[in-house]
Design a protein around this ligand. Structure first.
Ligand code: XMP
Ligand code: MG
Length: 184
């Protein structure tokens, strides 16, 4: 989809496709350097991280392997409760592996905290995090996120993997929704 196909649903473009591409190239160079000479396993968190994973993986020059996890937070509404259920676990054993979690967005950080302790208990050689987006609340929890693409304001965003009611994931940019979408 092009930015001119915004339609009436989007309020604004927060981060353009070009900005995302440039940022992922920059992060990929740092990740390449950090894992030089090591075998890296990228763990993408479904479904939101699909686009970041695909583009980041192709921006890396080192060969990597990829696996996926799907998790869901219990609790009503759009707020993450921190109680997480595994919908799809990893296919591979990560014991002794260098693992990089690839995320679309960190909001409260509760999902990520849970993931870090769950995957950490499987005894990987190393466990780090790369996220495209981070909201201000994430700063309140004590989690180490090695690579962050963009710190964004506390607004609900869609596109580039992120959805509202499963829609807008295929927008090539990150945008905010027009208020009428919520209220309709
Ligand atoms: P935490 O646990 O960090 O949850 O609060 C992160 C997850 O919440 C979802 N999320 C969003 N999804 N636009 C979205 O489409 C947003 O602005 C947004 N904020 C949080 C997302 O699933 C993420 O993995
Ligand atoms: Mg996610």
């Amino acid at each position: 989809m092009r930015e001119t196909d915004l339609g009436a649903d989007l309020e604004s473009v927060l981060i353009t496709k070009e900005e995302i591409d440039a940022k992922l190239e920059e992060l990929a160079a740092k990740i390449d350097a950090a894992y030089a000479g090591k075998e890296l396993l990228l763990v993408g968190v479904l479904k939101g991280a699909v686009m970041v994973m695909a583009d980041l993986a192709r921006a890396l020059s080192s060969p990597v392997t990829m696996d996926w996890m799907a998790v869901s937070s219990y609790g009503a509404g759009t707020q993450s409760s921190g109680v997480v259920r595994i919908l799809k676990d990893l296919d591979v054993d990560i014991k002794g592996r260098h693992v990089l979690i690839v995320e679309d967005i960190i909001d409260s950080g509760l999902t990520l905290s849970w993931l870090l302790s769950n995957l950490g208990s499987r005894e990987p050689a190393s466990l780090r995090v790369c996220t495209l987006l981070r909201k201000p609340d994430a700063a309140k929890v004590d989690i180490d996120v090695e690579w962050v693409g963009f710190d964004i304001p506390n607004e609900f965003v869609v596109g580039y993997g992120l959805d509202y009611a499963e829609k807008y994931r295929n927008l090539p940019f990150v945008g905010t929704l027009a208020p009428h979408v919520y209220s309709d």
